[in-house]
Design a protein around this ligand. Structure first.
Ligand code: GLU
Length: 472
């Protein structure tokens, strides 16, 4: 083994990229970067039904989105498990030749039948000494030695397994194809992997895999099993029940930097007061020894808060750049001709303070570009369902028509005073104006928005709203 550590990420293609996989990939990546090692991507594609080239591309794209980039010299691969089948079978045959594995012809029904009478759960080692050769339908089983297997895990500590609790497991199926346990180890040996950092669900496989490493005369890798991710009910994240696809978060407007930072904190915490730290700090400080082994809560609210923080931390120019993809596309209510870049530039810093997701951006700025606001009827009914709302709107129209300086300070003072005359606090007083002008109760800071829109447009909208209310 060369001295530079070699990490690997070995996903099975499933058609989408699980956030847990993303966390595992990032842990491996952070370590490979810090230690000047290598990150090997191996696609475990031996399940042929699941062997679709576009899924591999999906994995590569998802990794690139979280900064694990193929064009970085730390990155090696992708390698495809299916291309190493010969090496898997060769290793199995070596184990057979050395008496460390044996063939067995029992069907699963026969195994079940036997366990009814011999009191053993699962396979009882029936063919250990029968001296069977390879043949159709015969599986190759590993001869589990006596004693115990000790797995030293950087996250879990020392984990002991009594070998008598581990049955002689299958290496090659009856059709000669390699099982996951074997293929995974042989590939790790071939790829000179020094550290196996992976999800906790693989811990039960580890004693078996360590036995295979030993039996093949290899020093096992450093193991680290990182904690399972759970939802609010403390149940393991599942793709049927929970939102787990990284791609979905990407498409919903989460920033990769926020996602990366949040994923890293699922089982690990940066030192210091805040968990919001740049990648350079993560890369400098992340250690497996500091990873916690209790289940990590994948908290969508916390992720959203991280995202908002990252959005607010951007410079105006960065935000302007990051906003571009979210200003075009099917769901954008304005036409390209209606879009006014100067107005957007002026509004962007205001919108930036209110965003949690980038996908919310169009809703915060659309009123600037449309001829008429898109009225959200719930907001309308809530605001104008009371006489207060209607009268406040009429009072505001009168007050704003007195030739005041059209800037946000005087607009605010005017609405504040108009509201106060009716006994309304500013929040209540400004709601009818916001709904009339922007169409919604939620939006960017109002008075700055009114200034930016200009007197003529604002007054037109206020009057249109008043007319709609009068004719209702
Ligand atoms: N292909 C396995 C999985 O996706 C990974 C096994 C490993 O990391 O060793 O769960």
């Amino acid at each position: 083994m060369s001295s530079a550590p070699r990490f690997r990420f070995a996903p099975s293609p499933t058609g989408f990229f699980h956030v847990g996989g993303a966390r595992t990939a990032l842990y491996n990546w952070a370590l490979a970067k810090r230690l000047g090692g290598t990150f090997v991507l191996r696609i475990e594609d031996t399940d042929e039904a699941r062997n679709q080239p576009e899924w591999t591309q999906g994995i590569i794209d998802a990794l690139a989105w979280i900064g694990v980039r193929q064009d970085d010299p730390t990155f090696q691969g992708p390698y495809f498990q299916s291309q190493y089948a010969e090496a898997h079978v060769e290793a199995a045959q070596r184990l057979f030749a050395e008496g460390k594995a044996y063939y067995c012809d029992l069907t699963s029904e026969q195994i079940q039948e036997r366990s009814k009478t011999n009191g053993k759960q699962g396979y009882d080692g029936y063919s250990r000494d029968r001296g069977l050769e390879a043949g159709p339908g015969r599986v190759l089983r590993f001869r589990v030695p006596e004693g115990q297997t000790i797995v030293n895990d950087l996250v879990r500590g020392r984990v002991e397994f009594a070998n008598e609790t581990i049955e002689d497991f299958v290496l090659l199926r009856g059709n000669g194809s390699p099982m996951f346990l074997l293929a995974n180890v042989v590939d790790d040996i071939t790829m000179r992997v020094s550290h196996v950092v992976r999800a906790e669900e693989h811990l039960p496989n580890t004693p078996k895999q360590q036995m295979i490493w030993d039996a093949l005369g290899q020093t096992p890798p450093v193991w680290a099993h990182v904690p399972v991710l759970v939802n609010e009910q403390r149940k393991k994240l599942s793709k049927r029940r929970d939102k787990v696809a990284l791609e979905q978060f990407r498409d919903e407007g989460y920033l990769p930097e926020a996602m990366i930072n949040y994923l890293m904190t699922l089982g690990w915490a940066p030192q210091g007061e805040t968990e919001i730290v740049p990648w350079s700090t993560i890369e400098r400080d992340f250690k497996l020894e500091d990873v916690n082994h209790s289940p990590a809560f994948f908290d969508l609210k916390k992720l959203a808060a991280f995202n908002g923080e990252y959005i607010r931390a951007m410079s105006t120019d960065e935000f302007f750049e990051a906003a571009q993809p979210f200003l075009v596309g099917e769901n954008i209510p304005w036409t390209p001709a209606q879009f006014d870049e100067a107005k957007f530039r002026a509004m962007a810093p205001l919108a930036q303070t209110r965003l949690v997701l980038m996908t919310e951006l169009p809703m915060l700025v659309d009123f600037l570009f449309l001829d008429e606001p898109l009225i959200d009827e719930d907001s309308w009914n809530k605001t104008f369902g009371s006489t207060d709302g209607v009268e406040m709107l009429n009072d505001a129209i009168a007050a704003l028509s007195t030739g005041l300086d059209w800037n946000h300070d005087s607009l605010k003072l005017c609405i504040e005073a108009t509201g106060a005359a009716r006994g309304l606090k500013l929040g209540k007083a400004q709601a009818p104006i916001r709904v009339a002008v922007t169409g919604r109760t939620i939006g960017p800071p109002l008075f700055e928005a009114l200034e930016l829109m200009g007197e003529e447009q604002v007054m037109k909208r206020l009057r249109a709203a008043a007319e709609r209310l009068a004719s209702a």
